[in-house]
Design a protein around this ligand. Structure first.
Ligand code: NDP
Length: 327
């Protein structure tokens, strides 16, 4: 069984008189910086000069270039998008990662796919929240924890786990729990969820919306029924808390029977081979190569996919409905 840690398994002492440099002030970076500062830890932020840097100044952080932040930090947390990290690491961060420092990530991606190299005399650690960045902040403010996956990839002086747990405590995650994993497993399981489960859900939702609209049902009512009331989100939340089986019993017998009796038809679609293929691309590194290439080509295909999706009947119906609902 994987090792699990709770609030009492860590102290913040090891971070006293240390500086944590947050590289990147986006979804995760901002929450990390604010939560760590509110936990009494000395934080500086490194980010390019852009709209995020204004936000960073508004939040009253010491704001420096990425290069400077990498030099000044005892712990350097890289909270940049995974696909841009290798280049920025090479050009702006790596020279600041000197003996005894800790290099940290919120995702195992770049280390898992050998996209960056680091010296032998530093710690390399991960604290990967299983939570959207903005929610990491609001959960912290509410005094609630959230799950993170942690890993020590390289332990230089025997303190890497202590530092990792202190960071998890500082960002408020340990109030729930953190689980030990490896950079490889964190990366592959995270990508699999994004690439096997979410696309299947998106296609199912899009099909359902389009079928109901084509069958003459009221657009707004259909969308509210299917997902915009957020009931379906609550069902998934309950499934996460008490299990998919457990939450099934909370539905009416009509609902429960309807779901169970129709599941077989969807199983016949045989999604497993598609999912197995997705997993193979992740494990072999083919997906990572494809994504790096996409970045090199200026995200041309990715931008086209976004535009194409925005043109679908589903996306247009969603836009109109949201406008009418004033959301
Ligand atoms: P964001 O997309 O929010 O970007 C983070 C920062 O990177 C921004 O400040 C952005 O500034 C900067 N950045 C982007 N491109 C460049 C570039 N070319 N050069 C310099 N800076 C750049 O990232 P996330 O917070 O979503 O992700 C950060 C890490 O956290 C990733 O490893 C991700 O896997 C992990 N993670 C993310 C979660 C999430 O909820 N989003 C959940 C768990 C883990 P600007 O764009 O203005 O240049």
């Amino acid at each position: 069984m994987r090792k699990i840690y709770h609030e009492d398994d860590a102290t913040l002492e090891i971070l006293e008189n240390k500086t944590v440099s947050i590289i990147g002030y986006g979804n995760q970076g901002r929450s990390w910086a604010l939560n760590l500062r509110d936990s009494g830890i000395n934080v500086i932020v490194g980010n390019p000069e852009d709209e995020y840097s204004h936000l960073c100044r508004e939040d009253s952080f010491d704001y420096v270039s990425i290069k400077k932040a990498s030099e000044l930090g005892d712990i350097v947390m890289i909270l940049l998008p995974d696909e841009v990290t290798p280049e920025i690491y090479l050009n702006e961060i790596s020279r600041g990662i000197t003996a005894g420092k800790t290099l940290g990530f919120a995702s195992g991606y770049c280390v898992c796919y050998d996209q960056i190299s680091f010296p032998e005399d530093v710690n390399v650690i991960m604290v990967a929240p299983r939570m959207l960045g903005e929610l990491c902040r609001s959960f912290y403010l509410e005094g609630k924890g959230y799950l993170s996956m942690i890993s020590v990839h390289q332990d230089f002086a025997g303190k890497a786990l202590e530092i990792t747990l202190a960071l998890a405590k500082g960002i408020g995650s340990l109030k729930d729990m953190v689980m030990e994993t490896t950079f490889k497993d964190e990366t592959e399981l995270d990508l699999f969820t994004e690439q096997a489960l979410l696309p299947a859900f998106a296609v199912a939702l899009k099909s359902a919306v389009e079928i109901l609209i084509d069958s003459g049902y009221n657009r707004m009512e259909s969308m509210l029924e299917l997902y915009m009331s957020t009931e379906i989100g609550d069902v998934l939340k309950r499934a996460g808390e008490i299990g998919f089986v457990g939450q099934s019993n909370k539905h009416s017998p009509t609902s429960h029977y309807g779901t169970k009796s129709r599941m077989k038809r969807f199983e016949d679609l045989n999604m497993k081979p598609i999912m197995e293929n997705v997993l193979k691309e992740i494990q072999s590194g083919d997906f990572a190569k494809e994504w790096s290439k996409e970045k090199e080509n200026g995200y041309k295909n990715f931008k086209r996919m976004i535009v194409d999706f925005d043109q679908t009947k589903f996306a247009k119906a969603e836009k109109e409905t949201l406008q009418e609902l004033g959301r």
